[in-house]
Design a protein around this ligand. Structure first.
Ligand code: PRP
Length: 177
């Protein structure tokens, strides 16, 4: 019989807080006079987005978008679509996309192409975590929190089969998955 998947700590809430603070400093430096549009990619980015935005003390707008790429299986199906779109106009705006993880890169490269067609003034990506060992398409991450190993990670908004999103720290998931 296999063992239940167990979370093992990878980044503590204090390490995450320090990293979010660093990213906020970088983003403030580049966007404080630009009234940017920050687009969080649901669901995984919700916790990161909430913490990051609380540290950005300048005018900005908040949007969310949902891109479906994974089913119950952990591997990307390769079929990507926008399932919940934007209310704000993107044309002419300085847009910063906020992701929780870039894995194969398929979801975010689809989304960046989708947004680029709407003619923003600029388009950049902030990702809390990056798993470069899994990349299938090249992705430029302008603001990066952590590089992570080739393991499933959960917590701080990131799920496994909709579980573990609530954890305040980030864990690797070990065992039979
Ligand atoms: C995750 C994550 C990224 C994407 C990364 O979302 O939030 O959007 O997968 O994978 P990729 O680089 O291989 O495309 P997921 O589809 O699991 O949805 P969720 O954010 O609702 O958990």
């Amino acid at each position: 019989m296999g063992s239940q998947p167990e979370p093992h700590i990878l980044f503590t809430r204090d390490e995450i807080a320090a990293t979010v603070k660093r990213l906020a400093t970088e983003i403030r430096r580049d966007y404080q006079d630009k009234h940017p549009l920050l687009i969080g990619v649901l669901k995984g980015s919700f916790m990161f987005m909430a913490d990051l935005i609380r540290l950005l003390d300048f005018p900005l707008e908040v949007e969310f978008i949902t891109v479906s790429s994974y089913g119950r299986a952990m591997e990307s199906s390769g079929k990507i679509k926008v399932v919940q779109g934007l209310r704000s106009k993107v044309r002419g705006r300085d847009v910063l996309v906020i992701e929780d993880i870039v894995d194969t890169g398929l979801a975010i490269s689809f989304l960046l192409d989708y947004l680029r067609k709407k003619k923003p003034a600029s388009l950049r990506l902030c990702a809390l975590t990056d798993k470069p060992s899994r990349r299938q398409v090249p992705v430029t991450i302008d603001y990066l929190g952590f590089t992570v190993p080739n393991k499933f990670i959960v917590g701080y908004g990131i799920d496994w089969d909709e579980k573990f999103r609530y954890l305040p720290d980030i864990y690797t998931l070990e065992g039979d998955i």
